[in-house]
Design a protein around this ligand. Structure first.
Ligand SMILES: [Mn+2]
Length: 292
């Protein structure tokens, strides 16, 4: 596991070369080897680490390329007071076809319920892949258990008093508002790349994920995905600033980032399909992006 401390964790932000007109700083441009290895407990059943808050996004449970085993292992190792799932928790787009509920998906649900019963406050922001959660009957069903809260967005105050907006963010993606045909074509291309990635991993016995995954390499080779993620960030930051928050924690574009944009903290939590990333908050309010 690698960790990438955010700007406020270090106090001295590193500049990242970008030309969007905003002052951006953060550590996300570093190569993976620049991140120190996180300490692991020894033994087969390591004790869970208590943390103030854990933010995850885009788990895509039910999508066959979701990295659920890694996610389950990570969840078993952490016991947060607050757990936010910032959208695309369950991949409802796979309900009709391509539904792939891996054994570990049930393990993840079980772990979440276990955490809730042990006192973790779990809040689920609705994303575009799990918008079935907007169904009133579904909301009544979830409310009946009283274990998780579901809403469009949440407001989180860090231990050091900063106010963060927590949401998925798909409403700021201009492609999501484009024709259904464009969205379908993009998701077919995305899945083809993920399929090629897993085939390559099988053939070479090398697990390719995170910054080494084929999807990430292809994304970084092409100009378009970077522009898309940057445009998305600009829209999210503008909205957050307009509403008077100190920062935003979101997901959706599968592009983990923890940067300062003209003084506003932008945390994109990433995903559990391509990157396997999470954001943690310690008891001092320091935020840290983790790469598994
Ligand atoms: Mn999404």
């Amino acid at each position: 596991m690698r960790t990438a401390a955010g700007p406020e964790a270090t106090g001295v932000p590193s500049p990242v070369a970008e030309h969007s007109g905003s002052r951006i700083s953060g550590l996300d441009g570093n190569p993976p080897d620049a991140f120190p290895a996180l300490q692991r407990d020894s033994g087969n059943t390591p004790a869970a680490t208590a943390i103030r808050s854990l933010f995850l996004s885009d788990l895509h449970l039910g999508f066959r390329h979701a990295r659920v085993a890694t996610l389950l292992e990570f969840l078993m190792r952490h016991e947060p007071e607050n757990l936010y799932l910032a959208g695309d928790f369950i991949d409802g787009w796979c309900f009709r076809s391509r539904w792939a509920w891996q054994t570990e998906c049930s393990g993840v649900i079980s772990r979440l319920l276990d955490l809730a019963q042990r006192g973790t406050r779990i809040r689920v922001a609705i994303g575009n892949h799990d918008n079935f959660l907007r169904n009133p009957m579904m909301q009544r069903f979830i409310d009946g258990f009283g274990l998780i809260e579901v809403a469009e967005e949440f407001h989180h105050r860090t231990a050091d008093g900063r106010r963060f907006l927590v949401l998925h963010g798909d409403q700021f993606d201009h492609f999501e508002r484009a024709s259904g045909l464009t969205v379908t074509a993009l998701s077919i291309i995305h899945e083809a790349i993920l399929q090629a990635n897993s085939l390559w991993s099988c053939l070479t016995s090398a697990a390719l994920h995170g910054r080494h995954s084929l999807a990430t390499v292809v994304k970084h080779r092409l100009r378009f995905p970077g522009l898309h993620a940057r445009h998305f960030r600009e829209q999210v930051v503008r909205h957050t600033r307009h509403r008077g928050f100190d920062g935003v924690i979101c997901g959706h574009v599968h592009e983990p980032q923890h940067v300062l944009v003209d003084g506003l903290t932008y945390c994109n939590v990433g995903d559990w399909v391509e990157n396997c990333t999470a954001l943690t908050e310690d008891r001092h309010g320091r935020l840290q992006l983790l790469w598994l």
